[in-house]
Design a protein around this ligand. Structure first.
Ligand SMILES: [Zn+2]
Length: 718
């Protein structure tokens, strides 16, 4: 995708993220990292203020680059990001209820405002029971009825807490753990690499049989975003952990458990032990390490400890014989901990995770305690969003397609769709030409790359089929139950697909999501309607601006088709390395150069960008801007676009690209992004231009300037 980070952080339990994005920071949630999205932490800021004013003043619509955002006192060659966005940054404040603001969040504000209007209309429509409109209205209203939630208190949790209390032996424990399995991770599309359940499941096309769905299993068990939060020795992380302990204690007290301090200590020690079994984010992204097909018999042999039969039976997977195990060493380590850690500690861990994951639909005291840690401490946000915004996020998460269908009809015209499709065609043509001209790719490799382009499905605006919510029961007076049933409903719909034929045109984003995504196992791209809006895409803007903005986004996603990850998937979406060793050698050499370029960035003293962790996304940015530039020049029949506002066509192209990344984020949020996100922070994404020859010419960038790279040091991959 284009942007990273999480989404709906509606406590993991409830919304499970499947409905997609519009990032809200509702509750807990530890980190769902959305990789390959396009925007990194900028998005986290999203769901914004719609009806309340944002602090960000956008210049009036000019159908072109935002000249008022440029800081002319900065030389483009010294800091292109600041040059393109400095004036905007200077006049913008991050609202108290956000971790950051940026172009993505401004667009998300607009999308949310539109979704809010759809919900309001659904509520007024008195739609018949069982209809999607009625479900939208009931889901939203149940969440908004804070009085009812307060009156009900912790009653909603009681049966679940009683089930946990009734666990007597390791068999019971395995059953309880199995019942928590959800389809709450997404390993290649949305890049959700974290679950607080023991393991996460993803139902997707198989690595070798990409025509059928198979379950994937991923490490899990942590409430904080990643293992680093438990293991890292930096002062910042020590401070986070010092604040985590009283938070866990407070949640256990709210769950009604006695001696919460001692329980919290044991729960944190267990999470720490689980963290030690985890593999790093960089390793998780390594497809070769993930390619582990296990049969049922492999589990007790390779990962002894957990009663796997009981676990899978309780998870509704008793008959399933094959699984893709993404993180085998972590499964082994975690399974051993299930056997070696006292049962009572696991029971406390289950109770704590239950209340944490559903905090947003429980009484205010619980929701506030959750926010005090996951919002304030982990992202630096000082105020919770207005409740209606959280409600919009909840509806997007749990009934995303129901809302999306209405959204697409109202806000995405057939004309806009046709124009966007024409741009996609130009970008694909640009890639074809670039592949033709690459001398380092062997002919057989080039042929498969071209085949991938030829079979690529590019979804524009909205999906061709919509999710069917008829089996999802929504009650107007049951906020907790609505969230509980949403994650179960989604899980059941997902596991029901195991073994069935793959729908390559299926979307993994809703139309109202401000993002874009590459789905490697389907060889497909999704560009939702909500990102195909100004300033990314404006039918009235010059070609230079549209190509610099949305063109580079489209190019970014296409690049994933061929990158380290893409090279692992062939034109049918199967995991098959279609590169020759020489191709890899050249690619790796260039990638290493780019890694070093990003490793050198040091946003905070002692904290560098991780070039390895962000390499795929940085290469995608690099490929995206190169193909977009070609597409733009091709659209002008090779010439430069017309000068406007004193900027040449090429200057407008690069400024539009740089302005994609205009953003401001809080330090805690940025630090979190650097540790857990596959995307580089926004400013360095804008500075990708330093690898582009035409940028030097456009802005007369000279040796000695901070971003200057000698021609040999500029990285060229596609
Ligand atoms: Zn990406």
């Amino acid at each position: 995708m284009i942007s990273g980070l999480p989404a709906i952080v509606f406590s993991k339990g409830p919304s499970q993220d499947h409905g997609e994005s519009l990032m809200i920071f509702v509750s807990s949630n530890a980190g769902r990292v959305k990789l390959c999205l396009f925007a990194g932490c900028v998005l986290l800021a999203a769901v914004a203020a719609a009806q309340t004013a944002t602090a960000v003043k956008n210049p009036p619509a000019t159908h072109g680059i935002a000249v008022a955002n440029i800081d002319r006192s900065v030389k483009p060659g010294d800091n292109f990001y600041l040059y393109a966005n400095g004036a905007w940054i200077a006049r913008t404040e991050i609202p108290a209820d956000r971790a950051g603001v940026g172009v993505f969040s401004l667009l998300a504000d607009r999308s949310n405002k539109n979704v809010a209007a759809i919900i309001t209309e659904a509520a007024k429509s008195q739609a018949p029971a069982g209809s999607s409109k009625r479900k939208i209205a009931d889901l939203y209203n149940a969440f908004m009825d804070e009085q009812a939630i307060e009156a009900r208190g912790m009653k909603a949790l009681e049966p679940h807490l009683a089930e946990i209390a009734a666990i007597h032996d390791r068999h019971d424990l395995a059953v309880a753990l199995g019942k928590t399995l959800r389809a709450d991770v997404d390993l290649l599309n949305n890049g959700v690499f974290s679950t607080s359940n023991l393991f996460g499941a993803w139902i997707a096309p198989g690595f070798s049989d990409s025509d059928h769905y198979i379950p994937y299993l991923l490490q899990g068990g942590l409430e904080m975003p990643s293992a680093s939060y438990y293991l890292d020795d930096s002062a910042h992380m020590k401070d986070v952990r010092a604040k985590y302990a009283p938070h866990v204690e407070a949640m256990l007290r709210l769950a009604g458990l006695d001696d919460p301090a001692a329980r919290a200590e044991r729960v944190i020690a267990l999470e720490h032990a689980l963290a030690e079994t985890h593999i790093s984010l960089a390793d998780i992204e390594d497809i070769a390490k993930a390619n582990n097909l296990w049969t049922r018999a492999d589990f007790p042999a390779k990962a002894p400890g957990l009663d796997w039969d009981a676990y899978f039976e309780a998870a509704g997977l008793g008959g399933q014989q094959q699984f893709m195990v993404w993180t085998p060493t972590a499964l082994t380590g975690e399974s051993a901990l299930v056997a070696s850690t006292p049962i009572d500690t696991w029971k406390d861990w289950l109770a704590f995770h239950l209340i944490e994951n559903y905090a947003s639909v429980l009484p205010r005291a619980v929701a506030q305690e959750n926010f005090s840690f996951f919002g304030k401490v982990l992202t630096g946000v000082s105020e919770q969003r207005p409740r209606w915004q959280l409600g919009v996020g909840l509806v997007n998460a749990n009934l995303g397609d129901a809302v999306g269908q209405i959204y697409a009809q109202k806000y995405f015209s057939p004309e806009a769709k046709a124009q966007a499709q024409a741009m996609v065609a130009n970008l694909i043509a640009a890639y074809h030409k670039r592949l033709d001209a690459l001398t380092w790719l062997a002919p057989s490799t080039r042929a498969e790359a071209q085949a991938k382009l030829n079979t690529l499905y590019v979804g524009i605006g909205y999906p061709e089929t919509w999710k069917d919510y008829s089996a999802y029961e929504v009650r107007p007076d049951d906020a907790f139950g609505n969230s509980w049933r949403a994650s179960l409903w989604y899980y059941h719909t997902q596991i029901a697909r195991i073994g069935k034929p793959v729908d390559r045109h299926e979307w993994c984003m809703t139309p109202q999501t401000v993002n874009a995504v590459n789905l490697p196992l389907q060889n497909a791209l999704n560009f939702p309607a909500a990102i195909l809006q100004p300033p990314f895409f404006d039918p009235k803007a010059p070609a230079a601006v549209n190509y610099g903005a949305i063109g580079s986004v489209i190019g970014h996603e296409i690049s994933h088709t061929f990158d380290a990850e893409g090279s692992a998937f062939d034109s049918k979406g199967r995991v098959r390395n279609w590169w020759r060793p020489e191709d890899h050698a050249h690619f790796e050499q260039q990638a290493e150069k780019l890694e070093k370029q990003y490793d050198a960035y040091e946003p905070f003293a002692g904290l560098h960008v991780n070039g390895k962790q962000t390499i795929d996304e940085n290469i995608a940015d690099l490929g995206g801007i190169a193909a977009a530039y070609d597409g733009y020049r091709a659209s002008q029949h090779g010439a430069e676009g017309p000068t406007r506002d004193g900027f040449t066509g090429d200057q407008q192209f690069y400024i539009a690209f740089g302005q994609n990344w205009g953003s401001k984020a809080r330090e805690a949020m940025l630090r979190r992004q650097i540790l857990t996100d596959g995307h580089s922070p926004a400013q360095y994404r804008a500075d990708t231009v330093r690898n582009s020859d035409a940028w030097y010419k456009a802005f007369d960038v000279q040796p000695g300037q901070a971003l200057y790279l000698a021609p040999d040091d500029r990285v060229r991959i596609w």
